[in-house]
Design a protein around this ligand. Structure first.
Ligand code: PHE
Length: 347
């Protein structure tokens, strides 16, 4: 084998062995670069006689052409390999089933509130919403809570660093009861001079806040207020309405309701409403589901309504608690941790 044949075969082997374009270009430089082997050979031609130069020059150029052909082939092979690798990496398995769009679902507490609203709406109740940041007057004073009532303490209530027009700090409402006042005052103003005043029948669901946190208490929780005021509304109406609500909400007749004497500043008399299922996993256990009572005359007066003429009842219940009972959930915090593995079970 002459020197040129060896050179060509060496270049072919080097090019074929280059694992990537960068290495291939390095190999090319060793043969065809400015000081590459082929270039050096061509430079050496100058020392030859014209005849030798012609023959040798033609041989070197032939070798050079073969080396360039090998280079081109190696470039194409690398480009092809790269394309193949890319196609492989980006391969789509068109036989996989489509992922589709996730189906959203209502939060179990929202679902419960929607259910409460639908049931009370079917009994002629309006649904109202109001602010979660309340004035001292709406949350406490109008509801007949004395200045020194423990519910007003820093330990029980979140206060906001902003004062209301009376110079009292705003608070995160501790219950939905201020909605009794807001709704009734609007109602009274809207129907001023109308005799008799049309009845007030409303529920007001929403978020409420207290400094409290354990398995059955969350600093943010939900309440749903109820208010029914008219000329002749009594505890028997409350008992009927609430029993009817429980019957529809839990889809059973198999329960008892009891009113247990209690105290709230804004109702007199006051009662806790307990229910007990007669069958099922909770059978025989009295479960407290709402506070209630006949609205105190002072509060009716703060509604802007004559307490000598109009009377009625209010109740406040916990949709979170109702959701726990309905779905068999034993830790309130699960509702507010936003773990989709929990929440998506209610879709
Ligand atoms: N606001 C009371 C509470 O948060 C519940 C209640 C509402 C009681 C209406 C009586 C009447 O505990």
């Amino acid at each position: 084998m002459n020197d040129l044949e060896a050179l060509v075969q060496g270049a072919q082997a080097d090019f074929a062995a280059a694992p990537n374009p960068a290495e291939l270009e390095n190999a090319k430089a060793r043969y065809l670069g400015k000081s590459g082997r082929v270039t050096e050979l061509l430079k050496g031609l100058g020392a030859l006689t014209p005849d030798e130069k012609k023959r040798r020059g033609a041989e070197i150029n032939q070798a050079k052409t073969r080396i360039e052909t090998a280079l081109q082939a190696a470039r194409e092979a690398l480009a092809e390999a790269e394309l193949a690798a890319q196609l492989h990496a980006e391969a789509l398995d068109v036989t996989l089933p489509g992922r589709g769009r996730g189906v959203a679902g209502l939060h179990p507490v929202s679902r419960t509130i929607a259910r409460i609203e639908a049931i009370f709406a079917s009994m002629g109740f309006d649904v109202a919403e109001g602010p979660e940041i309340e004035t001292d007057w709406m949350n406490f004073t109008a509801l007949n809570s004395p200045e020194n009532h423990p519910a007003r303490s820093m330990q029980d209530t979140f206060y906001v660093d902003v004062n209301d027009a009376q110079g009292k700090p705003l608070n995160l409402r501790t219950h939905t009861s201020p909605m009794q006042v807001r709704y009734a005052r609007n109602h009274a103003a809207r129907h001023a001079g109308v005799e008799p005043m049309p009845e007030i029948r409303v529920i007001a669901p929403g978020r409420t806040y207290r400094v409290d946190s354990d398995a059955t208490h969350s600093p943010m929780f939900h309440q749903c207020e109820g208010l029914w005021i008219g000329e002749n509304i009594s505890f028997k109406d409350l008992k009927f309405v609430f029993s009817e609500f429980v019957r529809q909400f839990f889809e059973t007749d198999d329960f008892d309701v009891r009113f247990r004497p209690s105290f709230f500043p804004f109702t007199e008399p006051s009662a806790e409403i307990d229910i007990a299922f007669r069958s099922g996993p909770l059978a025989g256990k009295w479960l407290e589901v709402a506070g209630s009572g006949q609205v105190h005359p002072n509060v009716v007066r703060n509604f802007g309504i004559d307490p000598e003429r109009y009377i009625g009842f209010a109740f406040g219940m916990g949709p979170d608690r109702l959701a726990m009972l309905r779905y068999g959930v034993n830790d309130l915090r699960l509702f507010f941790e936003n773990d989709l593995r929990f929440l998506s079970q209610f879709k």
